[in-house]
Design a protein around this ligand. Structure first.
Ligand SMILES: NC(=O)c1ccc[n+]([C@@H]2O[C@H](COP(=O)([O-])OP(=O)(O)OC[C@H]3O[C@@H](n4cnc5c(N)ncnc54)[C@H](O)[C@@H]3O)[C@@H](O)[C@H]2O)c1
Length: 312
């Protein structure tokens, strides 16, 4: 039996990258997955791939920043799968107008950035939580018989009704220069996650965030190919204690755990999945880079192709 058999999930931004990894993971473990994404072609391919592996997936094309899509995706999951249990809020696609300090960023970019980074998390939960309540707890959950001391008295509260996982970032914990919209949005995603955990815990719904480090997705891979210099990527990897950057599956595994019944006592947390990158003393990283840069004077990074925000 899969751990998500008879359960259903919505994954926003599930056509590509981390979201596609999450959709594959949840479907492989038995969930029926509704991918909601603006990219129809990539979404169709991911759905086809999941079905070819024996999973159950559907695609809904739409922008999750629109209220009609947020309500529509919940209605869609309920009518197609008969219930809703898991909501993975992952969609994001920032443009160049998102880069800048408070002085540089235009009001319209600020508004649309906040709508996508924060507003979508509110909208998704607003419509998904009542559907999760209506669906009830995991139909396959059998509580383990209690054998130890200290058992609580009375009937246990309802658990395993629903799971919400919001995709934050290490950028919600540490700040990069000239990244006001993204950093503020991801920090807000963490605050919103904690608030929702308090509000929905009594319903048996846990709400957690995952904060990935650098994950090489299809888009990230294309960016590093554009850089065309392995030494630059290697320098990037050297900043990670595990000496590699992440893959969508690394994040999908964390999301799978937080969605599982084993995680029913974990809520309001930020699980940082970054190979240890953010636990280091920053000064040492810079000093340790020196020898590598001296030995590779021609190295180029994504900043050299205009993809970094923090030229200072
Ligand atoms: N890749 C990383 O290194 C990294 C690191 C930390 C956090 N994150 C976060 O993880 C999430 C996924 O990032 P990714 O790198 O996989 O991105 P990606 O660009 O590879 O995939 C994002 C997906 O979201 C979809 N999307 C974008 N805007 C949408 C919208 N308004 N409505 C519906 N779908 C939309 C895109 O079409 C795409 O399929 C984002 O929230 C991102 O901030 C990524």
């Amino acid at each position: 039996m899969g751990r998500f058999d008879d359960r259903s999930a919505i994954v926003t931004g599930g056509a590509l990258g981390i979201g596609a990894g999450c959709a594959r993971r949840l479907a492989a473990d038995g969930a029926s997955v509704l991918i909601v994404d603006i990219n129809e072609e990539a979404g169709t391919n991911t759905v086809r791939e999941i079905r070819a592996s024996g999973g159950n997936a559907e695609l809904m094309v739409g922008n999750v920043a629109e209220t009609a899509i947020a309500t529509g995706m919940v209605d869609n999951a309920m009518s197609r799968f008969g219930r809703l249990d898991l909501l993975i809020q992952n969609a994001y696609g920032g443009g160049a107008d998102n880069i800048g300090s408070a002085v540089e960023v235009k009001p319209a970019a600020w508004q649309s950035g906040m709508d996508l980074l924060v507003g979508t998390l509110y909208l998704g939960a607003k419509y998904a939580v009542p559907a999760m309540e209506e669906s009830g707890p995991d139909p396959n959950y059998i509580p383990a018989p209690w054998t130890g001391a200290g058992r609580r008295h009375g009937s246990p509260p309802t658990r395993n009704v629903g799971r919400i996982v919001n995709m934050a970032s290490v950028h919600g914990i540490l700040q990069a220069p000239r990244s006001l919209i993204y950093e503020a949005g991801k920090a807000a995603a963490i605050g919103l996650t904690r608030q929702m955990a308090i509000d929905f815990g009594p319903l048996g719904i846990t709400v957690n965030a995952v904060a990935p480090g650098h994950i090489v997705t299809e888009r990230g891979n294309a960016m590093w190919n554009e850089v065309g210099n392995d030494a630059g990527f290697r320098l990037f990897e050297l900043h990670y204690p595990v000496r590699r950057t992440g893959e969508p599956e690394d994040i999908a595994n964390a999301v799978g755990f937080l969605c599982s019944n084993e995680a029913s006592f974990i809520t309001g947390q930020v699980l940082t999945v970054d190979g240890g990158m953010t636990i280091q003393l920053q000064e040492n990283i810079v000093m340790d880079s020196k020898d590598y840069i001296v030995a590779n004077p021609d190295l180029r990074t994504h900043f050299d192709v205009g993809r970094g925000s923090s030229r200072f």
